[in-house]
Write a protein that binds this ligand. Structure first.
Ligand code: CP
Ligand code: NVA
Length: 316
């Protein structure tokens, strides 16, 4: 069933295009809700609050985790998914995002898009009658960072006051972590080659005192509670691959660097990973790594997000 005005049962349409589209309080609600939904899943408890709801997934870039976690997630909540590869749609042949948004949002209840430019996602959302979720753009990957923080809390407790160290490219993930740092009150320490630094203008935050830039990756890992990284070449930047390999050659998360972090520090990577480039095999396959839990949690956090966007807060 799709709405014919821009409201859901719980009020005006809410989109999730960037991390800060949810308040701190809403993030904390979602973390608790994801925990509850994960428990239901682990206990084979049928829970179908989104019975008959349809989610459309539009992909302009490759995906394993995002596609599967959204498809499986909506099925587990009682709804169904329609996958659209942008290449096979009229969008891929130049139909405006605005027209496509108007049409798709008259037929379904929820839309997830993975694309290149954040501006395309914003134009799409402005013309959508139903919630639009960012499944990754060049600028942001909010579902992943929301999941990573849920995973940290699940493993170690509150993230407020902790130090999260980012090593490598200041890409969509790094910028989203920076947005999250202000929202949730932790420090993001960023170590990048000088020519690949965070762009302050791209951040969606009012203060940057939660961000520390330390060029030396070993120094940046000192006393960190969480060390995280990502590929040196994100989707869409493949032509720069060889140049990037040279530029990032000293920005690998190694066992020696992990040893400088706190003894109970965790390692995360949104995946896919390149062992021997941004992370050593000994780290990603080692005891501090929680990358598999992190990947699984996409399912539970996004179920909580979809439920929230369509139904609002649920009584626990
Ligand atoms: N981490 C992540 O978004 O993975 P996929 O590219 O496989 O969706
Ligand atoms: N930064 C990576 C994340 C992949 C999930 C990319 O955009 O390709």
């Amino acid at each position: 069933m799709s709405c014919d005005i821009s409201t859901t049962k719980s009020g005006p349409v809410r989109h999730y295009l960037q991390f800060n589209d949810l308040s701190r309080d809403e993030c904390l609600y979602l973390f608790e809700r994801a925990r509850v939904l994960k428990q239901k899943f682990k206990h084979y408890e049928t829970y179908h609050p989104l019975h008959d709801r349809t989610l459309v997934l539009i992909f302009e870039k490759s995906s394993t985790r995002t596609r599967l976690s959204f498809e499986a997630g909506i099925y587990q909540l009682g709804g169904h998914a329609v996958y659209m590869n942008m290449r096979d749609t009229q969008l891929g042949r130049g139909e405006p995002a605005e027209d496509t948004a108007r049409i798709i949002s008259r037929m379904v209840d929820l839309i997830m898009i993975r694309t290149f430019e954040q501006s395309m996602l914003q134009r799409f959302a402005m013309h959508s009658r139903v919630p639009v979720i960012n499944g990754l753009t060049n600028e942001a990957h909010p579902c992943q960072v929301l999941t990573d923080i849920f995973t940290y809390i699940e493993q170690r407790g509150p993230i407020q006051g902790k130090v999260v160290t980012w090593i490598g490219d200041a890409n969509n993930m790094a910028h989203t972590w920076a947005d999250a740092a202000q929202q949730l009150g932790f420090t993001l320490r960023v170590s990048t080659p000088p020519e690949y630094r965070l762009e302050r203008a791209r951040l969606n935050i009012s203060r940057t005192d939660c961000i520390e830039e330390i060029e030396d990756p070993s120094a940046a890992c000192a006393d960190a509670d969480l060390v995280t990284t990502d590929v040196w070449t994100s989707m869409g930047f493949e032509a720069e691959n060889e140049v990037r390999k040279q530029a990032f050659a000293h920005w690998t998360v190694t066992p020696e660097r992990m040893a400088r972090a706190r003894p109970n520090a965790l390692f995360m990577h949104c995946l896919p990973a390149h062992r021997g480039e941004e992370v050593s095999a000994k780290v990603i396959d080692g005891p501090q790594s929680v990358v598999w839990e992190e990947a699984e949690n996409r399912l539970h956090v996004q179920k909580a997000l979809m439920e929230f966007l369509l139904l609002g807060r649920m009584a626990s």
